[in-house]
Ligand binder design. Structure first.
Ligand SMILES: [Zn+2]
Length: 150
């Protein structure tokens, strides 16, 4: 976290609660669903953005802060090889693999819309289904490949 947290509007509270219930987005892109995450506020030049609570996406402690998962016993290179680059440790590799943070925010926006519309239809989107949508959105938004939806 950088700096002070701003006052939250009603829309912010909704956003933070929605993002807080999702698994780590970079992990989902790699096919690992439901990995425990916290809400990350994106920053530019280490400053939070104007609309800070909306500019958020879910990320696990490794992918965001570079905290090496216990099972790797502090081996950063091994962790990077197994679970992908961490934003805190290598921003360029992270962006190359998962997208710029703003793109991750766009993916999160779209995921929340999908969850919302499914919920309206009385459906619950489980972690596996959500992960599949995240992979499609990553291909579409970050890699620029059109994905046909069935
Ligand atoms: Zn992760």
């Amino acid at each position: 976290m950088v700096g002070k947290t701003k006052y939250q509007t009603k829309a912010d509270v909704k956003r933070l609660s929605g993002v807080g219930q999702m698994g780590c987005l970079p992990c989902m892109i790699d096919g690992w669903n439901d990995v425990q995450a916290t809400v990350q506020h994106i920053t530019e030049g280490s400053v939070r953005l104007e609309d800070e609570h909306q500019m958020t996406y879910p990320s696990c402690p490794w992918h965001h802060q570079g905290k090496v998962p216990d099972k790797f016993r502090g081996a950063v290179r091994l962790a990077t090889r197994r679970v992908g680059p961490s934003f805190a440790r290598n921003k360029r590799d992270f962006a190359k693999r998962y997208g710029a943070e703003r793109e991750l925010v766009h993916i999160t926006d779209a995921l929340l819309r999908v969850i919302d519309s499914e919920w309206r239809r009385g459906c619950y989107l489980g972690p596996a289904a959500l992960g599949k949508v995240a992979v499609e959105l990553h291909r579409e938004i970050v890699l620029g490949l059109k994905v046909r939806r069935g």
